[in-house]
Ligand binder design. Structure first.
Ligand code: URP
Ligand code: ZN
Ligand code: ZN
Ligand code: ZN
Length: 489
């Protein structure tokens, strides 16, 4: 793969505009976007006639090499990134899990896990306890380590879960640092209760997972997190929105002007929960993730919300375990490691489901798979755009081609795939990452160590206007304070 690439004759798609143009790349950067670019020899020319030339996907939500539920995800940064690139995703943001609550130690561990990356990546960091050390760690991570988002788990009682007092402290600290607070929104206490209820009823199989944590618990936690973020007056990002219940809360808050971002994931948009009742444990257990995949109807509601802008971007929550690992919960659904695949499938499935079906345009597709993520995490237009000066992370998608998804051909290490046998329209034929052709003719040519850690600066556009609204709130308190004082004298 040459350092000079010319992509000729394609339709170049950005989030707000598409046009017929050539794209010229040199040393990892896009240096020209215009019709009929002329170049000399020593340039690799790719013909994109009849195809779409788009920013590489950015997956805002992955878990690679994560220790979780007594085991470790089968995909690490090597196999996960291979899968991503083969599927047209050129950057992902992974979640750092603290070590015994220590966030900086956790960050350093993930620096090691990701050292040989073949694509660009960033990190969110989870907050799992609260003390003085934690707020100091958050400050170090934002000011020195390129972190601008923190995740709070309102579920996983007994391990990762945080209580409301901790969430409030976290929201305040996020606000002061210009970092985005993210929530896994399920009521962990009620989930614990629901799980006990199922076990007492003798429902120990994978269907118990769905039954123990119904949409109402996701709606409750989403509403609670939204209200606490409003009380603190700081933006909120709800990860893996799986139900209409949660989506409705986000819609209501956004309508009132609150800054709330909602991230549906591919599994929640496309699948439904009937699989969890499959009598074959290997099949049923591969669909176990949290919040659960919901009954028919929720996915379509989430698709509609995505096409109307109530939800803003699509992640995967890629968190893979093979069938042997899933079998840890053979006798008790509470022990099935939670998580599904999607990193390799996201760009294809969203194209087929949303664009192929006519629900959204190609420009909207670029927005929800790449540009909006870059804006939210404050790395636009370096990422998420095909503009002069942007990083050369580019895909060429052929709308008239297709392929079948299978664990036999995918790049994940897992022996299963929740999209097994699916065939859809649209195929990523070429992936260019950091100015290198890494996927072409169904072949991966990655360069280990070529991926860069992308530092994400604080105070994204979501923080615009916060100081002003705080000042307005404070001055609104003055009138009653003055009245109280005058009454006292
Ligand atoms: O089931 C899931 N989602 N596993 C990954 C951890 C999380 O909650 O995101
Ligand atoms: Zn989560
Ligand atoms: Zn079904
Ligand atoms: Zn996740």
């Amino acid at each position: 793969s040459s350092t000079r690439i010319l992509i000729k004759g394609g339709t170049v798609v950005n989030a707000h505009h598409q046009e017929l143009a050539d794209v010229y790349v040199e040393d990892g950067i896009i240096v020209a976007v215009q019709p009929n670019i002329k170049v000399g020899d020593e340039v690799t020319v790719l013909d994109a006639t009849g195809k779409f030339v788009m920013p590489g996907g950015i997956d805002p939500h992955t878990h690679l090499a994560m220790e979780f539920m007594g085991t470790e995800t089968i995909d690490d940064f090597f196999s996960g990134q291979a899968a991503a690139l083969a599927g047209g995703t050129t950057m992902h943001i992974d979640f750092v899990i603290p070590i015994n609550g220590n966030m900086v130690a956790g960050f350093e561990a993930y620096e090691n896990k990701s050292r040989n990356s073949c694509m660009d990546y960033g990190f969110h960091v989870a907050v799992t306890k609260w003390d003085e050390g934690v707020s100091r760690d958050m400050e170090i991570l934002v000011k020195e380590k390129g972190i601008n988002s923190f995740k709070f788990f309102l579920a996983y009682k007994g391990s990762l879960m945080v209580t409301d007092d901790l969430l409030l402290e976290g929201l305040k600290t996020c606000k002061s640092l210009g970092a985005l607070a993210m929530v896994h929104a399920e009521n962990g206490d009620a989930v614990f209760e629901g799980q006990k209820r199922m076990i007492e009823l003798g429902i120990t199989g994978p269907e118990g997972h769905a039954l123990s944590r119904p949409p109402v618990l996701e709606g409750e936690a989403t509403a609670r997190a939204i209200r606490l973020a409003r009380f603190v007056n700081t933006p909120l990002y709800v990860v893996h929105v799986m139900s209409a219940d949660a989506m409705d809360e986000i819609a209501k808050a956004r309508k009132s002007g609150q800054k709330v971002i909602g991230e549906p994931v591919v599994s929640g948009l496309i699948l439904d929960d009937h699989w969890l009742w499959d009598p074959d444990f290997t099949i049923a257990s591969k669909y176990v993730m949290s919040p659960p995949i919901r009954p028919v109807g929720h996915g379509k509601a989430l698709q509609d919300a995505l096409s109307t802008g109530i939800l803003q971007l699509v992640g995967t929550d890629h968190c893979t375990f093979n069938s042997t690992q899933k079998a840890l919960g053979l006798d008790d659904f509470r022990k099935i490691p939670n998580g599904v695949n999607g990193l390799e499938e996201r760009m294809h499935l969203i194209w087929d489901t949303m664009v192929g079906s006519g629900q959204i345009s190609a420009t909207d597709y670029v927005r929800i798979t790449s540009t909006e993520c870059a804006r939210i995490f404050n790395i636009y237009p370096r990422k998420g755009a095909i503009l002069v000066g942007s990083d050369a992370d580019i895909i060429i998608l052929n709308p008239n081609s297709s392929h079948e998804i299978s664990s036999k051909s995918h790049h994940s290490r897992s022996d299963t795939n929740v999209y097994e046998g699916r065939r859809g329209k649209g195929k990523v034929e070429v992936t260019i990452a950091g100015g290198r052709i890494v996927w072409e003719n169904e072949e991966l040519k990655v360069v280990l160590g070529s991926g860069k850690y992308i530092e994400m600066p604080p105070f994204s556009y979501l923080f615009d206007g916060i100081e002003k609204s705080d000042a307005k709130y404070l001055s609104s308190l003055q009138a009653p304070v003055k009245r109280a004082k005058s009454q006292a004298t």
